[in-house]
Design a protein around this ligand. Structure first.
Ligand code: GLP
Length: 240
């Protein structure tokens, strides 16, 4: 596993965008997964900018969602799909069939899990961009997670239900998430964990220093047999 440290979030994002663009230029129908949350926003912006400049063509690529809050869909500002839709999918003018995303409002969640599991089983993931939660979660794989799980519905950890307020206009009574599981994440052909800002420095150091344990979910990425890297800015790498 490699760790790359760059001066600021903008440079980190440009480097990750370079990677995604190369993957899609080499394989136009690549399957890409980009986490929601704040961290990947500048990557999305860069991808849109470069697609507009015709440096890459996303018209044949597929975009898989990493996770969603149970009870939310694109009508709630701050939901994962809304973040991806507004910042990436809509500006790229993706067609509906190019987007494979959990519906957090589905009546039948078992069916929803089956739908996503089936797609990943058939197509796999060529690239996944992950963020890291303040408790070390990946997607909604919270502490205690089973590393060999497919997509699953999980109760949210206390840290997550506190931190989540930053995404929403009002307090929401959310208690569960739906997420790709580590079995799928670790099988991605290339995996990048991105972290920026001083507030991530402590959890980044813990993740790098700790052998794989389900108490700190992000440590699971060390178990991937595929290309895996940390992309950090100097602030997130401050304690290394
Ligand atoms: C959120 C999401 C994750 C995200 C992580 C970090 O709760 N479930 O997909 O990667 O936590 O979020 P942020 O980038 O906003 O710090």
């Amino acid at each position: 596993m490699n760790t790359f440290i760059f001066k600021n979030p903008e440079i980190v994002s440009n480097k990750i965008a370079d990677k995604i663009i190369k993957i899609v230029n080499d394989k136009p129908n690549a399957v890409i997964c980009i986490a929601g949350g704040d961290t990947p926003l500048p990557v999305m912006k860069e991808l849109v900018k470069r697609a507009k400049r015709k440096e890459v063509d996303f018209t044949k690529a597929y975009f898989v969602g990493l996770d969603e809050w149970i009870g939310l869909d694109k009508n709630t500002r701050g939901s994962c799909i809304q973040t991806l839709e507004d910042n990436l999918y809509a500006p790229l003018e993706l067609k509906e069939n190019q987007i494979i995303f959990f519906n957090g409002k589905a009546n039948n969640l078992k069916k929803e899990l089956d739908r996503i599991n089936k797609f990943i089983q058939q197509c796999g993931l060529d690239f996944i961009l992950l963020g890291i939660g303040m408790n070390g979660h990946i997607g909604f794989n919270e502490p205690g997670v089973n590393f060999s799980s497919d997509a699953q519905v999980v109760p949210l950890d206390n840290v997550t239900t506190t931190v989540m307020n930053k995404y929403f206009d009002e307090k929401l009574p959310l208690t569960e998430g739906i997420t790709l599981g580590f079995k799928q994440i670790l099988n991605a052909k290339e995996l990048v964990l991105m972290a920026t800002g001083l507030k991530k420095a402590d959890i980044v150091k813990k993740t790098i220093d700790t052998p794989p344990t389900n108490e700190l979910p992000a440590t699971a990425i060390k178990l991937s047999k595929n290309k895996t890297s940390f992309f950090l800015d100097e602030d997130a790498a401050n304690l290394l």
